[in-house]
Structures are given as structure tokens and as C-alpha cells.
Design a protein around this ligand. Structure first.
Ligand code: AVJ
Length: 322
């Protein structure tokens, strides 16, 4: 970022984190935008639509693994656990497990989207009125989002982190995040986590470049959001959605490709794009069972058990804090 802009941002902290992150990301050599900003209200709804797509096997496969193994998972977790769900979104995935668990002591969803989270909290209160729900609005990668957990002394805590959300983090960040999770837990507490597995790149690419173009709309919504919230003038039609599997990095990368040389303005700043230049908007890392097992062991856990679908496309792991 140039000095003048850095100084302006420092002088006006109220411009906000979103603008700062956007201008910083777009001034890098490989332009990039943090993927957490994909999930505003529209983005969260588009992501829910992605989960229904035939091409997007992840959500459906994970749901099947849950359905088939709920009993075993509940046994691993044990009675009277407080379930904490970072990035809970619509809080739908946890419900069958909450019903299966023996007298869970509570449920604590954490999410950056207050609209979705508060609707979800009400839905849970209706379906499972006996369960204490503490919804926390916040970014679970920030320390402040975890404050509520500190007042929950006695209970055994289990972090529920489904959906392959861990895939959004590069290996170094994933290590930091898992360590951060275990730092909020005590020995014997648990982690139930879903990971997408390494597989044929055709299947992977179809999941992120779906034939109904919902992922394209999801990706471009980031530009629409910048236009609306930060006085940007992106023309989403002048960018193309691109998603590809990078076998060495073991991840699907999502980009927006500029279709011509162009200049875009955001909050008075000018950002230039060359034809073919991309904004890197998301990573979705894929793991082998061994990779993930090692990652858990390195970050303070003892893997207890994992469950896969028949095609070995996806895995759910249960680990205890060591
Ligand atoms: C929410 C991170 C699991 O990486 O599969 C789906 C997000 N992006 N399609 C994923 C996503 C494009 C998704 N996660």
C-alpha cells in the first residue's frame, strides 16, 4: 500500500476494517480479498444455495456421514457437553447432533452475520427448547469472539467445526486456528471437525465451477458488496469467475479475472487491472486422512476417531485436547 493511503487510513480508524482490508488486498502484487467478506447476508444465502447444488458434493456428503454415525459421535462426545460452533451460520447442521446428545449443557454459536445467527438462534429455541443457547456475533479468528466461553467454567466443551471451513485457511493459518481452538479448551475437551479430502480434480473443479453459476454469483457478490458498502464502481460483468485445483498446494483457488484493462474506484482510490489479472478471493484446502491426523497431533489434540463416506470424498474427525 502506498504511504499516503496508509497514513489516511491510520488517521481515520472509523473508515473501518472492511475498507482497510480491501485496499490492502487490492494493492498487493497478486490482488487478493479476504474470503470472510464473501459471507454478508446475500453471500450467506448464496452459499446456502451452493450447498443444495448437485455439483457441490461437500455438504450432502458430510450430512450423510453425520446421519450414519450420530450415535457413535454422541458417544465420543459424552454427556453434559457445551457445544461451541465457530462460524455457525444457519445453525442447521448441529441440530440432529444436539438431539442425539445426552443432556447437552448448552450450545454457543459464533458467527459474523448477525442476521443469520439471530434467526437461527430463534429456530433452535423453538425446536430444542430445553437447550441453553448463547449466540455470539463475532469473527471467530479474533480473541474477542471467545469471551463468552471463559464464563463457562465447569462444563466440558466440544468445538463443532463442520463444513470443511478449516479448508479456507492455508496450512500455517489452519495450524494457528486449531491451536487457538485448543487454547480455549482444557485437556479432555473435544473437537468434531469436517474436512474435504484430496480427490480427482475434475470432481473438485466441478464443485467450485458449478453448471448453475451460483458459485459465480457468490464470488462476484464480493464486488457488489464493495460497491454498496465502500462506494466502489466495479462492473461485475467485466470480471469472470475462475476456480481450479492446485495439486501441489492441495487446494481449490477461486479468483475473479479482469476481462480487460480497467480502472476501478473504491472510496476515492483508483485500482488498476490488466486484462487477465486476477483477484484471489478464496482457498479451499483438501486433506488426506494422514495429513489431517498429523495436523491435529501437532496442534494439541489426540485424534480419537474419524468417519468417511463410501467414496472417501469427505471425513469427520473427533479429537480430544491433550
Ligand atoms: C464454506 C469454505 C467450506 O470451500 O467449499 C463453496 C466455501 N466457496 N464454494 C468451500 C465455498 C465456493 C466452502 N467453505
Amino acid at each position: 500500500m502506498n504511504m499516503a493511503l496508509a497514513q489516511r487510513l491510520d488517521a481515520q480508524p472509523e473508515i473501518g476494517e472492511f475498507l482497510r482490508d480491501v485496499l490492502e488486498g487490492l494493492s498487493e502484487q497478486q490482488k487478493t480479498l479476504p474470503c470472510k467478506y464473501l459471507y454478508d447476508e446475500t453471500g450467506s444465502r448464496l452459499f446456502e444455495q451452493i450447498c443444495e447444488l448437485d455439483d457441490y458434493y461437500l455438504t450432502r456428503t458430510e450430512a450423510t456421514i453425520f446421519e450414519e454415525n450420530l450415535g457413535e459421535m454422541a458417544t465420543c462426545i459424552g454427556p453434559e457437553a457445551l457445544i461451541v460452533e465457530p462460524g455457525a451460520g444457519n445453525c442447521e447442521k448441529i441440530q440432529p447432533l444436539l438431539e442425539e446428545l445426552e443432556s447437552p449443557s448448552g450450545y454457543m454459536p459464533i458467527d459474523i452475520s448477525p442476521e443469520i445467527l439471530l434467526t437461527a438462534r430463534d429456530a433452535i429455541k423453538e425446536r430444542l427448547p430445553q437447550i441453553r443457547v448463547h449466540a455470539t456475533v463475532g469473527d471467530f479468528t479474533q480473541h474477542s469472539a471467545w469471551h463468552a466461553l471463559e464464563n463457562n467454567g465447569g462444563d466440558r466443551r466440544v468445538i463443532f467445526f463442520p463444513g470443511s471451513t478449516i479448508g479456507n485457511f492455508n496450512p500455517e493459518q489452519a495450524r494457528a486456528l486449531l491451536r487457538n481452538f485448543s487454547s480455549h479448551l482444557e485437556a479432555g475437551d473435544g473437537l468434531l471437525i469436517g474436512t474435504d479430502l484430496v480427490k480427482d480434480s475434475v470432481i473438485l473443479e466441478r464443485a467450485y465451477c458449478d453448471s448453475e453459476h451460483v458459485t459465480e454469483a457468490f464470488n462476484k457478490n464480493l464486488l457488489v458488496r464493495i460497491n454498496g458498502e465502500l462506494a466502489g464502481d466495479f462492473d461485475p460483468n467485466l470480471f469472470a469467475h475462475r476456480a481450479f485445483y492446485h495439486p501441489l498446494r492441495q487446494r481449490v483457488e477461486m479468483h475473479l479475472v479482469s476481462l480487460k484493462d480497467q480502472a476501478v474506484h473504491i472510496a476515492g482510490e483508483t485500482i488498476r487491472f490488466k486484462e487477465g489479472e486476477t483477484i484471489h478471493t478464496e482457498n479451499s484446502h483438501k486433506y488426506s486422512l494422514d495429513d489431517f491426523h498429523n495436523l491435529l497431533t501437532e496442534t494439541g489434540y489426540i485424534p480419537q476417531k474419524h468417519w468417511c463416506d463410501g467414496r472417501r470424498h469427505y471425513a469427520i474427525h473427533y479429537a480430544r485436547v491433550s
